[in-house]
Design a protein around this ligand. Structure first.
Ligand code: NAP
Length: 536
């Protein structure tokens, strides 16, 4: 810990990050009479929606679901303009929440946490920022987001490229104008799928560099239907409650799906896929009960989407290159507006890196498969060092000075997707082991924040100072997460869920599938006096 002249400010909770997680944690802590401080590296609240400003950035869960449910007046008053809200509206919503609940005076902006050490004698976290502020906190809540450290692959010669380089997750605040430009996009995940159709409309020429083809289902976005809004608002609490019973914490309005894809005729199956395709969004993956657990059923869904791609994309070779071969849903499904049809434009070209890998950059572009591709601007849509990247950049040390980098050497060990053995009184919000990646993340955040607040209240009621997961509980929990994943198709591809998108990252399946069972598990742990934890 660096020596600084600044005295450490004592707080009950130091909360890192002012996205939806940090905002709700601050509100909850204050309502419980706790002194809490949020620190945020960015210049505003909003987290993900502050940084990800690329063209087309919007949520892929319906706006009426992707919003806080903890306050009836908030959810009644707020009006979303589109079925899937775009980034500017989501950022306005985050700011509205901060203002409505008077949170701003508890948030210190432009303040990045540098490190935190657990002081066992004082039973407190001693934390400091890169700018020298210090805090002494009973509890440390990391709410920095599972997708907050952009992945910038180490392409040979990239520094020689003379054009502009942008990253979707770190997009400039001023408008970027691609008019008349030749643009290259590397990546075809969710961010790229949203950005590519809009960049293609503006740029003179767009070259997309694809390493793995992606499955995208239509969003059918549009203005929010006022009748739908009224119907949801007539019983918003009931709608939220029904959504919490769903595997992903959303989607309770979709038609029931209790049958196997293998139990119906090909004609019936296609009609059912088609029905969901017309509805749009993630519901396509829920057409049948077994698409995520049975590879044969999954293959039928994958083939349905491949047929859609072939029917949409005119050039047969491009269509074939766009057809994914891994199980659908194994990598996060993309929700799109006109993605595949964009490849019919005369100014758009797809380069399949599987056939022509990137060899290196030149001042004018990049060389792939022996061919130089020239462009004025390059967009890296290469994703994130997900779930661990942000935490592992901290000088975080637990009991006995153990470094998080050592504790997580073989992968991000955790208990209940929140706690870490040897790191008492630390809660990692929607991190490894949580259901965040498979859940409407706001629902996941609300659940975890409520659980953490309840846990602190229980400790305070009993006059206890610390809570710490045992190594055994941690090992058991990580085994549970992996056992659940092994019953699905999620281990059958290289995804960021597995850490497989980052060179050298340990391969460990990080998110837990199944929100309702997770909620029940957390509740049971608390009911039984925090089994798997040592209270001190
Ligand atoms: P991503 O899904 O990880 O996609 C990154 C893309 O870059 C992939 O196509 C990847 O190829 C490619 N890539 C990475 N490194 C590369 C390299 N060295 N050479 C060539 N290609 C490389 O990242 P993302 O699109 O930013 O999305 C990440 C997550 O953020 C999503 O899964 C989702 O959870 C969330 N998100 C949500 C929305 C939304 O709709 N609300 C929008 C954006 C993001 P490989 O597949 O071969 O690794």
């Amino acid at each position: 810990m660096p020596e600084t002249a600044n005295p450490a400010r004592p707080v009950d909770l130091l909360i890192v990050g002012a996205g939806f997680g940090g905002l709700y944690m601050l509100l909850k802590a204050r309502r419980q009479g706790l002194a809490a401080q949020v620190i945020e590296a960015a210049g505003s609240v909003g987290g993900t929606w502050y940084h990800n400003r690329y063209p087309g950035a919007r949520v892929d869960i319906e706006s009426m679901e992707y919003s806080f449910g903890f306050d009836e007046a908030l959810q009644q008053d707020w009006h979303w303009t589109e079925r899937y809200a775009a980034q500017p509206e989501l950022l306005r919503y985050a700011n509205h929440v901060a203002d409505r609940f008077g949170l701003r005076d508890g948030i210190r902006l432009n303040t990045r946490l540098a490190g935190a050490h657990f002081d066992a004698s004082a039973q407190r976290w001693q934390a400091w920022s890169e700018t020298g502020e210090r805090w002494s906190a009973r509890f440390l809540v990391l709410a920095a987001g599972p997708l907050s450290t952009p992945n910038r692959p180490d392409f040979p010669g990239l520094a020689d490229f003379r054009g502009r380089v942008l990253h979707t997750a770190d997009w400039p605040h001023e408008a970027v104008d691609f008019s008349g430009q030749r643009v290259g996009v590397i990546g075809t995940g969710s961010s790229a799928v949203q950005a590519i159709p809009l960049i293609a409309e503006q740029a003179a020429q767009l070259t997309v560099f694809q390493r793995t083809a992606t499955y995208a289902v239509p969003a059918h976005n549009g203005p929010l239907d006022p009748d739908f809004e009224a119907r949801i608002k007539a019983d918003y609490a009931g709608f939220r409650a029904r959504n919490r019973q769903m595997m992903g914490g959303f989607g309770s309005l979709l038609p029931p799906n209790r049958i196997s894809a293998l139990a119906v005729s090909p004609e019936q199956r296609d009609a059912m896929f088609e029905q969901r395709w017309r509805i749009g969004g993630f519901g396509v993956l829920g057409t049948f009960s077994d698409l995520i657990v049975n590879p044969a059923a999954n293959e039928l869904a994958g083939e349905f989407v491949r047929r859609k791609i072939r029917a949409t994309v005119h050039d047969p070779a491009t269509a074939e290159a766009l057809c994914p071969r891994h199980p659908i849903g194994c990598k996060r499904l993309c929700v799109d507006t006109g993605y595949y049809a964009t490849y019919n434009r005369p100014n758009v070209r797809l380069v399949d890196l599987a056939a022509a890998p990137i060899e290196g950059f030149t001042p004018a572009g990049l060389v792939a498969g022996g061919e130089e591709h020239r462009f004025d601007s390059l967009v890296l849509a290469t994703g994130f060092d997900a779930m661990t990247g942000t935490v592992l950049r901290l000088d975080l040390r637990g009991r006995g000075g153990e470094r998080i980098q050592d504790h997580w050497k073989a992968g991000p060990l955790n208990c209940l997707g929140m706690a870490i053995a040897g790191f008492p009184n630390l809660f990692n919000l929607v991190g490894p082991g949580s259901t965040s990646a498979f859940t409407n993340v706001i629902v996941a955040i609300e659940h975890q924040v409520d659980w953490i607040a309840g846990c602190i209240a229980d400790l305070d009621a009993q006059g206890l100072a610390t809570i710490e997961a045992t190594p055994q509980a941690e090992a058991d929990y990580v085994a549970h997460v992996n056992t659940v994943a092994a019953r699905t198709i999620y281990l059958n591809c290289n995804s960021w869920y597995l850490g497989a998108n980052i060179a050298g990252k340990p391969r460990m399946f990080m998110p837990l599938f199944g929100f309702p069972a997770y909620v029940e598990k957390c509740a049971e742990v608390a009911r039984q006096g925090y089994t798997g934890f040592v209270l001190g």
